[in-house]
Every structure is written in C-alpha cells, then in structure tokens.
Design a binder for this molecule. Structure first.
Ligand code: HEC
Ligand code: HEC
Length: 205
C-alpha cells in the first residue's frame, strides 16, 4: 500500500514536470530558429566577437524579454537603438519569449580583467563607494556577477567592458531609461569608476 501511494505520487509529480520540460525545449528550439539573423552580431553561440555588441548567452530570460520589448518601442521607448529596433520589429511577443529562452539556455564565455583595473574595480563592485553614494554592485548582480534570474537583474560577469561602459554612460545621460536603480547609481559615477568596474566585471566568473 505504501509503495502504491509512493508510485502514485511520483506519477502525479512527474507528468506536469515532464510536460514543462517539453514546453521549455520546444520554446528554446523555436527561439533558436528565430535567432539565426541575430547570430551575425551576437555570435552563433550567443557570445559576440566584437566588444560593442553584447554577449547574450546565459543571460536570464526575464531581463532579455524586457530589453527586447524596450527596443521594440523604437525612438520613443526607454532604450532607443535603431539597429535593435529594426531587428525586433517583425517579431511577435511569443517570438521574443522564444529567443529569450534560447539565449538564456546558452553559456556565456569568460573574459579577462586587465591588471590596472582590478583594485578600483573590485573595491567598487564588492563595497561600493560611501562618499560618492555608489552601492556595491554585488548587492544586486551577485558576488560572481551572475545576476538574479527571478528578479530579472542581469548577469554582467564576462560581458565586454566596452559594452558595459557604454550602457553605464547611457543610464547616466538618460538615453537608456529601462532601469531606475541603474540610472540613479550611474549618475553618481565618474568615467574613471565606470571604466574600472566594467573591466573588472568582464573578468569576473
Ligand atoms: C547588426 C547587429 C545586430 C543584430 C543582427 C542583432 N543585434 Fe542585438 N544588439 C546589437 C547592438 C549594437 C546592441 C547594443 C544596443 C545598445 O547599445 O543599447 C544589441 C543589444 C541587444 C540586446 C540587449 C542586451 C543586454 O544585455 O541588455 C538584446 C537582448 C539583443 N540585442 C537581442 C538580439 C536579438 C534577439 C536579435 C535577433 C532577432 C539581435 N539582437 C540582432 C546588435 C545587433
Ligand atoms: C539595486 C540593484 C542594483 C545595483 C546596486 C546595481 N545594479 Fe546594475 N542593474 C540592476 C538592474 C535591475 C539592471 C537592469 C535594468 C534595466 O532593465 O535596464 C541593471 C543593469 C546593469 C547593466 C546593464 C547590463 C546590460 O547587459 O546591458 C550594467 C552594466 C550594470 N547594471 C552595472 C552595474 C554596476 C557596475 C553596479 C555597481 C556600481 C551596479 N550595476 C549596481 C540593478 C542593480
């Protein structure tokens, strides 16, 4: 009897889980098919070869979907980028969900931190700067820069420094307004601090 109850329990738990896994792999497969053109810039495996084009591999799907919808709003939206607006114009919400799931399923490649940025970059990342009112990046992006998938906080470890610097500047000058927290933080950062911390996170893993 006990064994029978256990079997029932396993069956009851396994079937919805199994179908969930199928939905996921179907979504990822659909996303892969939709992402063929994206690979030209973001890399065939989601790791771009050029430092001004972001790596997308391993980024959490919640964050990716939010950014894709922001690009889709075009020049009046919170993330005005002509290249990306064109890329997503013909994609439906379902397509955007699928490509987000696809990139989230890949693995981000690691980068390196040039020596001269380690000291200041690490200090800011781990401890922030009390005098300049900069909170520790690790508080939200995690001790290893992996972000927080449930909250939609992006992974930033391994990302190209040039891309991260450009984004920090865009938050600061208001041209990117997808994140109130990041806008407030970037306004307190100097170019020197942005450069050091961006190079530090590029080599974080
Ligand atoms: C011609 C090159 C090019 C192509 C093709 C391209 N992208 Fe992009 N993508 C960019 C650039 C450049 C940026 C950075 C934009 C910025 O500075 O805000 C970007 C940014 C992004 C971001 C934001 C990443 C982040 O960390 O916030 C996502 C997500 C993205 N692209 C997804 C896609 C998808 C999905 C496709 C295909 C449907 C695609 N891209 C096709 C060049 C490209
Ligand atoms: C209070 C939480 C919080 C703290 C602290 C924080 N961030 Fe962020 N960060 C976020 C969120 C949320 C986003 C995504 C916002 C959006 O949708 O644009 C983000 C986005 C970013 C991005 C853009 C990622 C991309 O792929 O485009 C960079 C770069 C970044 N943060 C760097 C930093 C650095 C460097 C620090 C420390 C000086 C820091 N963050 C501190 C929450 C935080």
């Amino acid at each position: 009897m006990k064994q029978f109850a256990k079997t029932l329990l396993i069956l009851a738990m396994a079937s919805p889980l199994a179908s969930l896994a199928n939905v996921d792999s179907a979504l990822i497969a659909k996303g892969k098919a939709k992402a063929t053109a994206c690979g030209a810039c973001h890399g065939a495996d989601g790791n771009s070869a050029i430092a001004t084009w972001p790596k997308l591999a391993g980024q959490n799907a919640k964050y990716l979907l939010k950014q894709l919808n922001a690009f889709k709003q075009g020049a009046k939206g919170p993330r005005n980028n002509a290249i990306m607006a064109g890329q997503v114009a013909s994609l439906s919400e379902q397509d955007l969900k699928a490509v987000s799931a696809y990139y989230a399923s890949l693995k981000m490649s690691e980068g390196k931190t040039a020596k001269q940025y380690v000291k200041l970059g690490q200090a800011l990342y781990r401890g922030g700067d009390l005098k300049d009112k900069i909170p520790a990046c690790a508080a939200c992006h995690g001790p290893q820069g992996k972000g927080n998938a449930e909250a939609g906080f992006p992974a930033i470890a391994g990302q190209w420094a040039d891309y991260s610097i450009a984004q920090l500047k865009a938050y600061r000058d208001g041209s990117r307004s997808t994140g109130v927290m990041m806008s407030a933080i970037a306004k307190n950062m100097s170019d020197k601090q942005m450069t050091a911390v961006a190079h530090y996170i590029a080599g974080l893993h």
